[in-house]
Design a protein around this ligand. Structure first.
Ligand code: ATP
Ligand code: MG
Length: 592
């Protein structure tokens, strides 16, 4: 029932289609059942006119027979048309429900924070957005359609049968109720077997997705066979899970079929006996009508089994889809946002006594950093010291407590998220490109990027000088995740993308690590010249690239260990000075 409750709001906008489909079902079933009724009447009419006492008046029954036959054709047509219309109304509504549900899932997924994506595997999410949504659609369409048909069939056929012979009908209903009982018993077992199979399919999707994404690593470590073995094992598990589900389900069809055969046998036996019994008033025509209704009940009876199976599959999928929809983001828009003057951030950053933990593991402690608007601040520190985490707190990629980070004096948790993120040009440590053209990748942050804008962003980021390497220039398609570009080209494309949005704050997380020292110097000089008014926070490994920063913060084990200008830090003769001396030494060694 939970699954029905889940699907209702999605089905509501299409209630007219559902209503039309459901209301047509009695008409459709009525016309179908009219045919055996008319046939029985034809038979009785023929029998009567064949009896010797009616010999003189043989023309009138023939006329009546013609009318009956015409009616049979009419009802057959009504049945055909309504069958088509029901399908059309209900199945088209279910496709729309599927569209809306998938759309809701995708939008919800877009709103979830990094924590969610750290926990969930991509393949699992994909499986839920595709196969599971499709199974939920079966609930919103075919299951409703077959249920409506079967219900109408039972409601109309059983009274018709009762009107012919109460005894015969009741006797035939005994196997029917046995069937319902056994279906109810088998149902929950099917449900859990199907749920398990669906979970394994998610694991299988995750494994494939990860393996394809990491295919280069797999090949370079010659792990193809080992990975294929892992895949085979999981794929085998999926087959086993499905076989188990199929084994349980397999009982259903013979059970339903057997019950029907049994009812048919009973009908022939008991019906034939009644017919021959001189005391009974059952006519041959009525017997034929009864057999006709019984025959029409066979398919709906079989579809009960199918509906139950599909319902269990769909319910398992509803649980899996709901798990995504019920995941909440830790990063929510403020209830009452504070907007900066003229809706524009100037970019003065103030981080005050910031602590940050990943699931209880402390990564930043008591970090305080001040960056006046337009200034450049550099952050440097050992690997794993918390630099990237610190950078990610600014665009709220990770959640921070209230009262810790302010931009232009406003707590970032109080700023509208869209406004905050639009004001920030973020170049993450691992640059990601979409499999689109270079132009589209640079213009990603804008709805309609201008050609001049793209060219100038590419020039500042130093990507332009590589453009003659691409036959199609900016229209060159980059491979998945940008694999057809070099590491340095990817980083520069990502930098151009951040520059194009004309941010008030530019965050560079070790963004030029794959670029040679000379090119890095040129890019940084160009950046200084053109982004003079932009507040810049730059994380770097090489001290040579941050010499010009207004202030440098040295982070060690999540704490600010030293701070000052390059000169001041050298005078302090601490970690920074030591790192600088080591780097100078290694540069000299390289030059030799
Ligand atoms: P590097 O110079 O290598 O880029 P970093 O200074 O940027 O290092 P961070 O990426 O901020 O370091 O990581 C700081 C610590 O937080 C590390 O110990 C890391 O293992 C941990 N960490 C980073 N991201 C996560 C995450 N999503 N979940 C849990 N722990 C994380
Ligand atoms: Mg980092």
């Amino acid at each position: 029932m939970n699954s029905i409750r889940f699907i209702l709001p999605f089905a509501k906008p299409y209630r007219r289609r559902y209503l039309a489909g459901i209301l047509l079902a009695p008409l459709s079933i009525g016309s179908l059942l009219a045919i055996p009724w008319l046939t029985g009447n034809c038979v009785d009419l023929l029998r009567e006119s064949m009896s010797p006492s009616n010999g003189a008046d043989s023309l009138a029954p023939l006329e009546a027979l013609k009318i009956l036959l015409l009616l049979i054709v009419c009802f057959a047509c009504i049945r055909g048309i309504t069958l088509f219309a029901i399908r059309w109304f209900i199945i088209s509504a279910s496709r729309k429900v599927e569209f809306d549900l998938r759309d809701r899932l995708f939008s919800h997924l877009q709103g979830l924070d990094q924590g969610f994506y750290n926990r969930w595997k991509t393949g699992d999410i994909l499986a839920r957005c595709t196969q599971d949504v499709e199974r939920v659609r079966i609930l919103a369409g075919p299951i409703i359609m077959y249920s409506a048909n079967t219900a109408c069939m039972l409601v109309i056929a059983i009274p018709l049968m009762l009107s012919i012979s109460i005894k015969l009908t009741l006797l035939l209903l005994i196997p029917l109720s046995l069937l319902t009982l056994s279906v109810r018993k088998i149902g929950p077992r099917v449900h859990s077997a199907v749920f398990k199979a669906q979970e394994t399919l998610s694991d299988l999707s995750s494994l494939s997705q990860e393996d394809f994404a990491g295919i280069r690593v797999i090949k370079s470590f010659a792990q193809e066979e080992a990975e294929a073995e892992r895949f085979r094992k999981l794929s085998g598990q999926y087959v086993d899970d499905n076989l188990e589900a199929a084994r349980i389900q397999a009982w259903m069809q013979p059970l339903v079929g057997g019950v029907n055969e049994l009812s048919l046998m009973l009908l022939l036996l008991l019906g034939g006996w009644y017919l021959l019994d001189a005391g009974s008033d059952l006519t041959l025509g009525q017997f034929i009508q009864f057999a006709g209704y019984q025959f029409q009940l066979i398919w709906p009876m079989i579809s009960i089994g199918w509906v139950v199976n599909q319902f269990h599959r769909a319910s398992a999928s509803v649980v899996r889809v709901k798990a995504i929809l019920e995941s909440e983001s830790n990063i929510n828009p403020p209830a009452e946002p504070s907007r900066p003057e003229a809706d524009e951030l100037k970019g003065a950053i103030s981080i005050r006594n910031l602590d940050f933990s990943y699931n209880g593991k402390k990564v930043l402690s008591n970090v305080s950093i001040e960056v006046p608007a337009g200034h450049t601040v550099a952050i440097i520190g050992r690997t794993g010291s918390g630099k990237s985490t610190l950078i990610k707190t600014l665009p709220r990629m990770v959640a921070v407590a209230d009262g810790k980070i302010f931009i232009d004096g406003i707590d970032i948790n109080q700023l509208p998220i869209g406004l905050l993120r639009k004001a920030i040009g973020f170049v993450p440590q691992e640059s990601f490109l979409f499999s689109r053209t270079i132009r589209d990748n640079i213009g990603f942050g804008l709805d309609a990027p201008s050609e001049d804008g793209v060219l100038s962003a590419a020039r500042i980021s130093g990507l332009q000088k590589d453009m003659d390497q691409f036959p199609r220039g900016y229209d060159e398609l980059v491979g998945e995740r940008g694999v057809t570009l070099s590491g340095g080209q990817k980083q520069r494309a990502a930098l151009a993308r951040a520059l194009l949005v004309r941010p008030s704050i530019l965050l560079l997380d070790d963004s030029l690590s794959a670029v040679d020292t000379q090119t890095e110097k040129e890019i940084l000089a160009e950046l200084r010249a053109t982004t003079d008014l932009i507040t810049t926070v730059v994380v770097a490994q090489r001290i040579s690239s941050i010499l010009h920063a207004d202030r440098i913060y040295v982070i060690d084990e999540g704490e600010v260990a030293e701070q000052g200008t390059h000169k001041e830090l050298l005078e302090q003769n601490g970690l920074y000075a030591e790192t600088y001396r080591l780097q100078l030494l290694s540069d000299e060694l390289e030059d030799m």
